[in-house]
Design a binder for this molecule. Structure first.
Ligand code: 13P
Length: 339
């Protein structure tokens, strides 16, 4: 139990957060299409090698979430397995363990995340391979008459079963219920549905005996949907998110690491900074577990070209540094200009 608490606290140590680099092969292929790079085992390895090899990232990144394929891959330079390489740098290796969100039977437009079958055995192997934490993502969609209570409960139940299995083997579960920002719903709709979702998730975690001191919550921010005509300001997002979390996230949880979910990299940093700069005394740390918002600039700069590795690493380090500063409310626009 003490190890779980220590790992969870290390993840949200001052000015640090998580790099989510656990894109499944189809998702990584989609990202590579945007830069016209063929997605192969080798190109995916080269890309992750660029990210993880960034000197100084360990000052801002406490952990990296890996996909199964990457967990078993190794550095291009000398073949060191990534879990070992990251650990030597002082970065905790993590692993995505869910098997993706699938259509929920009888509920048009809604999904439930699969992957519980055989999870105990998979977690034991991941632990042997060096994983210190894991991730399971549930998705909740806002639309006409959805989300249904059935969808929220099914996903919350699976998240709690996953979390309990993780803790059994000494792995810290990242509990990720993502209320999607797709659609045209308002920030108020997002607030209502996120509040209900988180409330049900914590009820399930409690029922299933999950140690709250040994988890990290990875939620969406309270934000206007991408196609909502009225976009909430940075301050409104920060205030609404903190208000919602204060209502439903127990103080025993050590840290909350947001997903970026389709926000631009700059805005994701601004939102996190604004929350930490509200002057509100918070019971948990607020940090990041960004995928796209940490990688977008680096991916573009890299573009599959070995000669651009250094430029891409600079872009990644810059975003990591800005988000690290935002995790303590010390980010400012001049940091962008100075890069
Ligand atoms: P984004 O920050 O791109 O939403 O990815 C985070 C993540 O890990 C989603 O599961």
């Amino acid at each position: 139990m003490e190890d779980l608490i220590q790992i969870a606290n290390t993840i949200v140590a001052d000015g640090k957060g998580i790099l989510a680099a656990d894109e499944s092969t189809p998702t990584c292929t989609k990202r590579f299409e945007s830069i016209s790079v063929e997605s192969t085992k080798e190109s995916r390895n080269a890309y992750r090698d660029m990210l993880f090899g960034t000197e100084g990232m360990e000052n801002h990144i406490s952990g990296v979430i890996l996909f199964d394929e990457t967990l078993r891959q190794s550095t291009v330079a000398d073949g060191t397995l990534y879990p070992e390489y990251l650990s030597a740098k002082g970065v905790l290796p993590g692993i995505k363990v869910d098997k993706g969100a699938k259509a929920l039977a009888g509920h048009d437009g809604e999904k439930v995340t699969e992957g519980l079958d055989g999870l105990r055995e998979r977690l034991a192997e991941y632990s042997d391979l060096g994983s210190k934490f894991a991730k399971w993502r549930a998705v909740i969609t806002i639309g006409e008459d959805i989300p249904s209570r059935t969808c929220i409960e099914a996903n919350a139940h699976a998240l709690a079963r996953y979390a309990a299995l993780c803790q059994e083997v000494g792995i810290v579960p990242i509990v990720e219920p993502e209320v999607l920002m797709d659609g045209d719903h308002t920030i108020d709709d997002c607030f209502v549905e996120t509040e209900e979702t988180l409330q049900v998730v914590f009820e399930e975690l409690f029922k299933q005996g999950v140690l709250l001191e040994g988890i990290i919550l990875k939620p969406n921010m309270i934000i206007s949907a991408l196609d909502c005509p009225e976009q909430a300001s940075v301050e409104e997002v920060a205030e609404a998110t903190v208000e919602c979390l204060l209502r439903v996230v127990p103080a025993a949880v050590p840290g909350i690491c947001f997903l970026s979910g389709g926000q631009s990299d700059l805005v994701a940093t601004q939102h996190l900074n604004a929350m930490n700069d509200l002057g509100v005394d918070l019971p948990w740390r607020l940090s990041f577990s960004y995928g796209r918002a940490l990688q977008a600039a680096a991916l573009k700069a890299w573009s599959g070209d070995a000669a651009k590795v250094s430029a891409a690493q600079q872009a990644f380090l810059h975003r990591a540094k800005c988000n690290g500063a935002a995790a303590t409310g010390k980010y400012n626009e001049e940091m962008e200009a100075s890069s």
